[in-house]
Design a protein around this ligand. Structure first.
Ligand code: ATP
Ligand code: MG
Length: 420
């Protein structure tokens, strides 16, 4: 127990961290290019925020939250996603009085008590974007285009964009009646959760993962065929804008998304490669959410991407992520005087942006050379009393095996030149 991470969590080890650093940096850069600013929100929030903001009838709230009482008796929940926290922050900090729209991005860990499988963990990472204050279809197209450009930038191919409209509360209430009528014939055969959903939020039944419910719902009326004129016009305009920038999509009448607060546009980017956990990212418009959480009515749209799934997808497409450079130089020392000179030299090299590893184990020269080779140092320099005395040393190029005599004073410039 003590030496094993809890189920569904994992360490990101030093040898893999470059992959995370890479996608994080690419994501941040791209979001900023679109004018989005980073926001950091707490890992935990009041439980009520998620009950409201994610929705009481969702799987997340009903089954997956990590909720506990803190020592002050408050009910606290580890964030299962980022949107609710961002919306809370938007309201708390009066962002509606800033120039609109508010364009935010985040990189967070999230927590859900899930059945752990490949691509499904209990602690996982999301990249997300929230665009608040813009009701126009251009906002939907912009958010989707960030994703399309991100995947293009990373070299990911063949992710399918599935898109749908789930209408507004107006068209949905009419649709819910139609749906209930359809479901009523076989409600008895459905899972217990769906029986409960039937009265509380029948649309949730469309998102049930149980095979029997999925089969029964196969021919259910589609919301897209029942949306109002305003929602239809909005949807058509989003598609027109996607066409204008050549982003291909499939209209998928089956997408409802897992969250209660979505309105109008909903979408997913799905992979064919990484198996059942193939949804790399999902998002949608949530025009009712800010008000639901206690703010003034404010439209919003966003997405969240699973970073573990993104990396799995990149692996399955054999996309090479640039590895960090090995150390520029290893400097070793023989003897006390040399070891002091070595301290000084390493300090200067590092100050000049040169990656320098030095002996801190008091190893023999042979062991130092072996170590320098193991860590892949590009150059190796060993200092002894003679070298200090003469101000000259042998610089070994570990790639070619060649050794050159250099004066120590020129070492920094020489390395800087080589680095370019
Ligand atoms: P799924 O249907 O796979 O459970 P979801 O609808 O619950 O996904 P969202 O709440 O929309 O997912 O979260 C956005 C993205 O976060 C997902 O598309 C996925 O890539 C990722 N994600 C969600 N849950 C997990 C998890 N438990 N482990 C890893 N990634 C996850
Ligand atoms: Mg889920």
């Amino acid at each position: 127990m003590l030496t094993q991470a809890p189920k569904g969590t994992k360490d990101i080890l030093p040898e893999d961290i470059y992959q995370w650093n890479y996608v994080e940096k690419e994501f941040s850069e791209l979001c900023q290019r679109f004018g989005y600013k980073e926001i950091r929100i707490p890992v935990f929030e009041h439980t009520e925020l998620f009950q409201r903001g994610v929705g009481d009838t969702t799987d997340i709230v009903q089954k997956e939250m990590y909720t506990f009482q803190d020592k002050g008796g408050r009910s606290i929940t580890l964030r299962p996603e980022g949107t609710a926290g961002v919306v809370r922050s938007f309201i708390e900090h009066g962002m509606s009085s800033l120039p609109q729209p508010i364009k935010l991005f985040y990189k967070i860990t999230a927590y859900r008590y899930e059945n752990v499988q490949k691509g499904r963990y209990r602690e996982f990472n999301q990249f997300g974007v929230e665009l608040l204050g813009a009701a126009d279809p251009s906002a939907d197209a912009e958010v989707i285009s960030i994703l399309a450009m991100f995947f293009e930038k990373l070299g990911i191919q063949n992710l399918e964009l599935n898109i749908n409209s789930i209408g507004c509360p107006k068209c949905r209430s009419k649709y819910n009646e139609k749906l209930k009528e359809y479901i009523s014939q076989f409600l008895g055969d459905m899972c217990d959760t769906c029986k409960d959903r039937y009265n509380r939020n029948p649309m949730r039944i469309l998102d049930c993962k149980e095979e029997k419910c999925k089969t029964l719902m196969k021919d259910a009326p589609a919301l897209l065929d029942n949306i109002c004129d305003e929602c239809r016009t909005h949807f058509d305009s989003v598609l027109e804008k996607l066409d204008a920038i050549n982003i291909p999509y499939n209209i998928d009448k089956g997408i409802v998304r897992g969250l209660d607060y979505y309105t109008k546009t909903v979408f997913e980017f799905v992979s064919k490669n990484i198996g059942t956990q193939g949804t790399v990212c999902g998002g949608g418009r949530y025009d009712g959410l800010v008000e639901e959480c206690g703010g003034a009515p404010t439209p919003g749209i966003g997405f969240a991407m699973g970073v573990e799934r993104l990396l799995l997808e990149m692996q399955s497409q054999s996309i090479e992520i640039p590895k960090p450079n090995p150390p520029d130089i290893y400097i070793g020392a023989i003897g006390h005087k040399a070891s002091l000179a070595c301290e000084k030299l390493a300090w200067e090299l590092r100050r000049q942006n040169i990656t320098c590893i030095k002996d801190i184990m008091g190893r023999s020269v042979k062991a130092q050379l072996k170590y320098a080779d193991k860590i892949g140092a590009r150059y190796v320099l060993i200092l002894g009393d003679d070298e200090i005395e003469s101000n000259k040393a042998k610089l070994k190029d570990m790639q070619t095996g060649e050794t050159k005599d250099i004066t120590l004073d020129t070492l920094i410039n020489r390395l800087l030149k080589i680095k370019g």
